[in-house]
Design a protein around this ligand. Structure first.
Ligand SMILES: C[S@@+](CC[C@H](N)C(=O)[O-])C[C@H]1O[C@@H](n2cnc3c(N)ncnc32)[C@H](O)[C@@H]1O
Length: 240
């Protein structure tokens, strides 16, 4: 069963099969990044890490807008798809901007990035690792650097299809969005507030939910429900 496999194996298989790779950047990522950096004239001087870049949809937006983007993922195939997408646009980028990670540490120097974007990637790790990942985010961000995260909430409707483990960790989803996708961590609000406590300041946490309330009978499988927390936080300027 897929859930017995490590997360990197599951994602590698998905990308090799080219299953549902998102093509376009997500609007929330676009609006958060542009709200923060649109007035910066020298965008090439702004280093932004796309944590868990997937097929490069958000990364493509970063590069198109002229930022110095870095893409990392635990699946080599995701990085390959991302690299091909960028090359097909004729955008020049050095190959050291595509970084395979092990899901435990981030192989970047301290204080390197102005920002990290994370859309549904932190929730791929179990809670015990998530706490360490967030410390790593803090280490590699410059003082005052921003984290823009979008991750599923603990009241996501598809939680009902999963098996609860402990500490907000779930697996063995029998249907819905997370089926055959291994493990997920579904965040509570308190958890998020606690996670971005020491050495961080939280700017905002918003809840984003979406629910299909009508669809034609032949489109029942297109029905969609989603619940995610959108967090903006920055590292403290001192005490790190
Ligand atoms: C739901 S996809 C999101 C991809 C992309 N961020 C997007 O918005 O379309 C989650 C991504 O996280 C990656 N991933 C899984 N575990 C990870 C980990 N421990 N660290 C970083 N990325 C991870 C997967 O390979 C996958 O590309």
């Amino acid at each position: 069963m897929a859930d017995d496999k490590a997360n990197d194996v599951i994602w590698e298989k998905r990308y090799q099969a080219d299953a549902r790779v998102a093509k376009w950047p997500f609007d929330l990522i676009v609006s958060m990044i542009m709200r923060r950096f649109s007035k910066v004239e020298q965008r090439a001087g702004i280093k932004i890490l796309d944590y868990g870049c997937g097929g490069g949809n958000n990364f493509w937006f970063l590069k198109r807008e002229g930022f110095d983007g870095y893409a990392c993922d635990i699946a080599q195939s995701a990085l390959d798809i991302t690299e091909r997408k960028i090359a097909s646009e004729g955008i020049e980028i050095s190959s050291d901007r595509f970084v395979l990670i092990d899901g435990k540490t981030l192989p970047f120097e301290d204080d390197l990035f102005d920002a990290i974007i994370d859309r549904e990637s932190l929730c791929q790790s179990p809670w015990i690792q998530i706490e360490k990942n967030v410390q790593e985010f803090n280490r590699i961000l410059k003082p005052g650097g921003s984290y823009f995260g979008i991750n599923f909430t603990d009241h996501h409707p598809d939680a009902r299809y999963g098996r609860y483990q402990k500490n907000g960790d779930w697996n063995n989803f029998s249907q819905g969005l997370f089926k055959d996708q291994g493990h997920r961590h579904l965040f509570s609000l308190n958890e998020l507030v606690g996670l971005f406590n020491e050495n961080w300041e939280i700017d905002s946490i918003r809840e984003h939910s979406l629910k299909t309330v009508y669809s034609g009978p032949e489109r029942l499988s297109d029905r969609e429900e989603i619940s995610e927390y959108v967090i903006v936080a920055h590292t403290k300027n001192d005490g790190r």
